[in-house]
Ligand binder design. Structure first.
Ligand code: NAD
Length: 497
């Protein structure tokens, strides 16, 4: 067997091994015998070197005009476009989701590049009239410093671009640690940025575990802003550390998203939405449809149709275009999903299909789990409240719209929600009453676009948003400037009485 390819960290514009000399394997979750490569198992000292490189590059980068920073990000978008198919294939190999989805993931990176390249020429501040004569005031956005970025494995390229492109356009330098299940895509992103002309030290990659490398980035006194996407448990710990250090932190965390289907809905549409929302990306999206809340008058019909289609979904390697559902990310995740299913069964939910790992033939080599549907779920059950992050759909029955919204809101999370209805009054009531950062009408809970705010309420985050312009509230500081050209001491609040 050929030696696995050895990958490196990217620090100060150079590809370097971890100081530890140690590595960890990155495996294809559809076939665990397939090793994508060995990646550096870095230590806190590697983070120190990366942060030092980012700090050194910071003054040069923040003084580079924002439109020029934006041009580099624009070129990165063009390189991503040129390499789209190659990166999508690499992503499917290391992460598992099917090719049409990994092409979408790269496309999101391209779109993000083009959105934020444009922001380089906007980055609007504002002016307001002064309360005093011959005095002017305005506020501009200034970069924060070295940004520490920690990302999950489910969007191996899109999420790193969501964070790093606006961070860079705003004038910050970056140290990023991708999830150790999907390190390759961020190395490809570093190659892309290098080709686009990013100066050495402006974008740095350190691979390794969350508890070592992730913690070291979060705790480093020179990372001035932390942007984290991942689980609520880890996010809470990061928030505590950042709180004690008075460090800015943006958290994008878990979800327990629901699709409501009213009795006036177009059931064909609701069916397609539920299937795509629940089983797309094998249910491993923070916005995945985990609960289907259906009006009792149409419940049997809709659930019967969802079940029939779910049973026919074709599982297998995402590299084979005929397959519809790829593997879970790793064996641990198979165990976690299965544990949730066992809990659901014990709580009295009725298992309609799936409920076990899939291991027929070639599937035995990977981390596959059968699309699973529970009926008869009640809002109190854990399968209705806790994030599962796998292909498991819980069906809850509602008696009217108020009941549906009450059930939808009865979780600690609040990321994405959807309602299928043909009644405009129902739709507006839902838009108003649903507690989540994203609400869809007649569309599934997944499908966010990168130029709208993205994020959630309650346990899903700490009030920040990614995507679009609001992310500049994470990656910039407001600097207010006053110019007094009166030639005399003017006292605000006192001289204008
Ligand atoms: P995770 O929290 O286990 O890991 C996320 C990242 O944090 C990884 O890079 C990991 O190595 C690192 N990490 C782990 N422990 C750490 C620590 N103590 N300090 C610093 N870093 C640490 O999450 P995951 O399993 O990779 O991703 C799945 C979770 O992410 C789900 O809960 C999902 O809902 C959430 N997610 C949220 C969004 C969103 O935008 N809201 C998007 C995608 C995924």
């Amino acid at each position: 067997m050929a030696e696995p390819v050895k990958f490196r960290n990217y620090v100060g514009g150079k590809w370097v091994d971890a100081g530890t000399g140690k590595t960890f394997p990155n495996r294809n979750p559809a076939d665990l015998d397939d090793v994508v490569g060995e990646f550096p198992a870095s230590a806190p000292e590697d983070v120190d070197r990366a942060v030092a490189a980012a700090k050194k590059a910071y003054d040069g980068w923040r003084r580079t005009p924002a439109p020029k920073r934006g041009e580099i990000v624009y070129r990165a978008g063009q390189v991503l476009l040129d390499r789209k198919e190659e990166i999508a294939r690499a992503m499917t190999r290391e992460m598992g989701k099917v090719l049409k989805e990994t092409r979408g993931d790269v496309q999101e990176g391209i779109d993000t590049a083009f959105v934020h390249a444009g922001e380089g020429r906007r980055l609007h501040g504002f002016t307001a009239p002064s309360e005093l004569p011959n005095k002017a005031g305005w506020a501009v956005r200034a970069p924060v410093g070295v940004a520490g970025l920690v990302t999950p494995w489910n969007f191996p390229l899109a999420i790193p671009t969501w964070k790093s492109f606006p961070a860079l356009v705003a004038g910050n330098t970056v140290v990023i640690k991708p999830a150790s299940d999907t390190p390759h895509c961020v190395n490809l992103l570093a190659e892309v940025l290098e080709k686009a002309g990013i100066p050495p030290g402006v974008f740095n990659v350190v691979h390794g575990g969350g508890g070592t490398v992730g913690t070291a980035i979060v705790k480093h006194p020179d990372t001035r802003v932390i942007s984290f996407t991942g689980s609520s448990e880890v996010g809470r710990g990061i928030a505590e550390t950042c709180g004690s250090m008075l460090k800015r932190v943006s958290l994008e965390l878990g979800g327990k998203n629901a699709q409501i289907v009213m009795d006036d809905a177009d059931l064909d549409l609701a069916l397609e939405g539920a299937l795509w929302g629940a089983f797309g990306t094998t249910g491993q999206r923070c916005t995945a449809t985990s609960r289907l809340i259906v009006h009792r008058r149409v419940k049997d019909e809709l659930v019967g149709r969802v079940l029939e289609r779910a049973k026919k979904l074709r599982l297998g390697s995402g590299l084979d275009e005929k397959n519809e559902v790829g593997p879970l990310i790793n064996k641990d995740q198979v165990g976690k999903v299965h544990e949730c299913v066992e809990i659901g069964k014990k709580e009295g939910a009725k298992l309609l299909c799936g409920g076990e790992p899939a291991s027929d033939g070639a599937l035995a080599k990977g981390c596959f789990y059968k699309p699973t549907i529970f009926d008869g779920v009640t809002p109190e059950m854990r399968v209705a409240r806790e994030e599962i992050f796998g292909p498991v759909l819980s069906v809850l029955t509602c008696k009217d719209l108020e009941d549906a919204v009450r059930i939808l809101n009865a979780t600690e999370y609040g990321l994405s929600s959807s309602i299928y209805t043909r009644d405009v009054n129902n739709a507006f009531y839902a838009m108003q009453e649903i507690e989540s950062g994203i609400v869809y009408v007649n569309a599934p809970t997944i499908g966010a676009e990168c130029h709208f705010p993205f994020g959630g309420v309650k346990r899903t985050g700490n009030g920040h948003r990614e995507g679009a312009h609001p992310i500049y509230d994470v990656f910039t500081e407001w600097k207010t400037v006053y110019v007094d050209y009166s030639g005399r001491l003017q006292k605000a609040q006192i001289d204008n009485q």
